[in-house]
Design a protein around this ligand. Sequence first.
Ligand SMILES: [Zn+2]
Ligand SMILES: [Zn+2]
Length: 204
Amino acid sequence: MPLPYPPGARLAARPQRVEPCPTCGDPVGRGYPACLTCAERVDELWLADWVALRGDTDERELAATVLAAPAGTHPWTCADWAMRLIACPVCRAELGTGAGCVHCAKTDQSRWAWDHGAPATAMTGNEHTLRLAVAALRGAGEQRANVTGFWRLALPFLLVGAVPTPVQTSRIRVHLIAGRVDELGEADGFAAMAALAELPWRSE
Ligand SMILES: [Zn+2]
Ligand SMILES: [Zn+2]
């Protein structure tokens, strides 16, 4: 019997537009997860699914059940939330986020089976990218400053439903490597970030 692949992050409403965060002053989401307001606004997409699944069940038991189930049984958001509730038995960090921990790396890898196995209607490109951003910003995967820097810039726009094209992504990464974080941070979307003018010393 095929697994249901119930979609995730569709219960809570997305913000209509990118607005400054009342707590950190950056566009909402850019302070994730250190800014509590940014974290709350992003995490509510995950939490809504988790609360709906939980009902009266004990949270720890449910987390263990969700993680033991094959990918596609529960919404991907619930698999992510379950990982947050369980400490890694090896390094004690939030499961999937321990730097250099092989058990964390394996658990983080296995969650992406959901994205690869899901039918097209179960997950949009935006939802997949949003999941990648949040996992990376919580510490999953290889932590390189340019990678987390990219996701921090991207998250406010992902929240409102935008997705960067592959060309925009690589342009933005080039600007990041060139150290143009402040200019990127002022841009009002992926297109504007990708379209930063060439640096003067490159333009002749
Ligand atoms: Zn904030
Ligand atoms: Zn670990």
